[in-house]
Design a protein around this ligand. Sequence first.
Ligand code: FES
Length: 90
Amino acid sequence: MAQVEIKNEGKTIEVPDGSCLVELEGKCGIVFACKAGACGSCKVKVLEGMENLESPNEQEKSGLATFGSDPKERLLCETKIKSGKIVIEY
Ligand code: FES
């Protein structure tokens, strides 16, 4: 299992290795609206562990070009975690 620490909530959530982080829906305060990389509601900053995430897919790249200005930002509805731990805040 991989771990996602949500720093501003003070909680850590486990998700299966290789899963999309839309898995966090309902388990934390991050809002997932479109789930298609188009609205920016699930944008977070990755504080640690970026190397444990898959590279952005085309939908996420397009969304980040619109909503993200910081290279540490990701759209969780399109982001897959490989394994290990990441630390995020939103
Ligand atoms: S839920 Fe809309 S961009 Fe992720």
